[in-house]
Design a protein around this ligand. Sequence first.
Ligand SMILES: *[C@@H]1O[C@H](CO)[C@@H](O)[C@H](O)[C@H]1NC(C)=O
Ligand SMILES: *[C@@H]1O[C@H](CO)[C@@H](O)[C@H](O)[C@H]1NC(C)=O
Ligand SMILES: *[C@@H]1O[C@H](CO)[C@@H](O)[C@H](O)[C@H]1NC(C)=O
Ligand SMILES: *[C@@H]1O[C@H](CO)[C@@H](O)[C@H](O)[C@H]1NC(C)=O
Length: 478
Amino acid sequence: METSALKFPTKVLLSNILVRLLSFCVLVFLARFAYVVTVKTHSCDSLDFCFFPNSVKSTAISSDHRRAYYLSVFQDLVTEGVLSANSNSLCIEAALGGEEVAALREIGVSELVRVSSKKLTSEGLQFRNSSFDFEFSSAAGLDRTAKPIQFASEVSRTLKPGGFFVVHTESFVDEYSLRSLLRLFGNFTLVKLREIDGLDSLAIREIILRKQNVTVNHVKRGVYIKGKTANSCAVPRYKRELIRNAEPLIQEEPLKPWITLKRNIKNVKYLSGMVDISFKNRYIYVDVGARSYGSSIVSWFKKQYPKQDKPFEVYAVEADSAFHNEYKTKKGVTMLPYAAWIRNETLFFEISREPSKKNVDKGRGMGRIQSAQSSSSFMDVNRIEGFDFALWLKRVVTEMDYVVVKMDVEGTEFDLIPRLISTGAICSIDEMFLECHYNRWQKCCPGERSPKYQKTYAQCLELFSSLRKRGVLVHQWW
Ligand SMILES: *[C@@H]1O[C@H](CO)[C@@H](O)[C@H](O)[C@H]1NC(C)=O
Ligand SMILES: *[C@@H]1O[C@H](CO)[C@@H](O)[C@H](O)[C@H]1NC(C)=O
Ligand SMILES: *[C@@H]1O[C@H](CO)[C@@H](O)[C@H](O)[C@H]1NC(C)=O
Ligand SMILES: *[C@@H]1O[C@H](CO)[C@@H](O)[C@H](O)[C@H]1NC(C)=O
């Protein structure tokens, strides 16, 4: 991908954020003054920068103003050769008053259809292939569709080769989300990305895409570097920068890991706190070693992970049947009652009877999985089904999805990570939270290391560093 050709309006972007923040502050002030509104900023509390796409919008925009606005937008596109009176046009998610449509007519466009994005993405609608020269989506279109892939493929199907798709968006469109967008619209090239005034005079982004004349090679635009094997992901420069800006790995082995590692979660630079995660098809959180629903899924992911108001699907991977029942009633959560492993096979699952603090907290011993041969030494051994986690992940998610994985698998990470790498599944993970299990100093017994794990802290650090070198934004989970 030719990044050098893309220009990002960072300065304007920054001032735009400031303007939004300022207007937001004024709004908060007014609201408090009037004692009426409680302002809720959703996931913004722990963010480096926040998103207020809809909260500062004046509702009183007149129809005349709208029409004049779109007239000027379309006139600019005419000047640039993107649109002409002869363009067979499709207007997606036009305002109720149809001002976009009226403005296009004023320009002289006569072949003109409007459609809601819901209709566009539903299966019944049948515009012919290559019907349109020009398609326009207002900020209410692509920004809010529940089906980005269907949206993109309908635009792609119905646009003529060489035709233009112009989209308005309230997203900030940094390099990350622009790449997400271009991945959705795989047969398009970016013509222009610019900031323009929105209807309410706060800046929005206008993106002009052009459908390519020839079908592009699918592999080339994927994440794999050409000529390399499938197990190495391309690490674009911006991604390396993101990783550089992430919290540093703890280099020294902590003397009190139960404190240091737990505190470290406060230093975490979340990906969704650094980039705009719009234009992904689905938003997915996979909790490997989920334990009880209330532990990491609720107490951390639901409460603390910045989601930018995106609807996340949750997958909980947990082999211990003691936890399975409570998941049955949880909406939007899929329980996989297996142990994450490197192939499908039956395993033995150790239920620890050591009365450690962690066990008391979680209500039950943490399970370590073992292959069949070494199982005899355990007091209490259960059979469980292991499944090939890497292959499962490859089947369930695509690179168009936003994927967050938390992994706490009691030492099995030293098997699972290499498998994720060798299968290439690692490339589809956007952000990872990994607990690495080693022979740590113990709280109970000063000067004694945990006998449960053989790996050293240095080996853990090496695992984390090698993941970051591969372009995986991995954090140290406690
Ligand atoms: C229309 O395009 C789609 C995909 O772009 C293709 O699968 C389909 O065969 C095309 N239909 C016709 C009638 O050409
Ligand atoms: C593709 O581009 C070539 C020249 O660039 C042109 O001759 C041809 O007609 C185009 N094909 C389509 C389907 O537009
Ligand atoms: C878009 O590209 C993909 C492969 O890159 C191809 O399968 C598909 O048919 C193309 N769609 C259109 C509408 O050209
Ligand atoms: C492995 O197990 C998973 C989960 O049960 C299943 O979906 C998948 O089809 C299995 N794969 C093979 C190769 O048997």
